[in-house]
Ligand binder design. Structure first.
Ligand code: FMN
Length: 175
């Protein structure tokens, strides 16, 4: 299976990138492409900017990566109840490619985590409403609360019930 793993944050130390990439690693024998938003330099979207420069190569590349994949794993950072600005900007640019639904009807495992007990529940709810309208086929959702208590770099999710929950999701997707 080809997987596109997207950490939904432009932070270099994104906990959501860690969670997305860990989850992708649970799919044995998968070919994983990682999208690291901290390395993508895009101007802030505006109609004026689009008229001036067209669609930047970074957005075209992201769209191509979506088109090539069988499964999108995306884990959302919650910033003021909504999307991280780096993700929102990339999605806005991508949505402007002609005749395109951003996620191109691809299967998506929608995830989120935060340091707090709500596990980024607000942005998760928002994405559940919005992403299907822009071409995401949501096959499962998963939110990890209290990231720093439940995840260790190099080990992944250390909370057994949470890990079991995620493993069931992964195994259902593998079919
Ligand atoms: C500008 C900003 C706004 C934030 N707003 C929220 C919020 O609304 N809810 C929340 O649970 N955490 C919020 N946080 C804390 C983030 O959940 C935390 O920074 C987390 O690490 C973000 O994920 P990331 O590391 O993948 O970027 C905010 C952080 C920043 C920098």
């Amino acid at each position: 299976m080809n997987i596109l793993s997207i950490g939904g944050s432009n932070s270099k130390i994104s906990i959501n990138r860690l969670l997305a990439n860990f989850t992708a690693s649970l799919f044995e024998n998968a070919e994983i492409t990682i999208v690291d938003l901290s390395t993508i330099n895009l101007p802030i979207y505006s109609v004026d900017k689009e008229n001036e420069i067209g669609i930047p190569i970074e957005a075209l590349t992201f769209a191509h990566q979506i088109d090539q994949t069988e499964l999108i794993i995306i884990s959302l950072a919650e910033n003021n109840g909504s999307f991280n600005v780096g993700l929102k900007n990339l999605l806005d640019w991508t949505s402007r490619i002609k005749d395109r639904k951003t996620f191109n009807d691809k299967n998506m495992l929608l995830m989120a985590t935060s340091p707090g007990a709500r596990g980024a529940a607000s942005v998760m709810e928002h994405a559940k409403n919005v992403f299907p309208h822009v071409g995401a086929n949501l096959v499962a959702t998963y939110s990890l609360p209290n990231f720093y208590q439940n995840f260790e770099v190099g080990k992944g999710i250390t909370n057994t019930p949470e890990l079991d929950k995620l493993k069931i999701i992964v195994s259902d997707i593998k079919g």
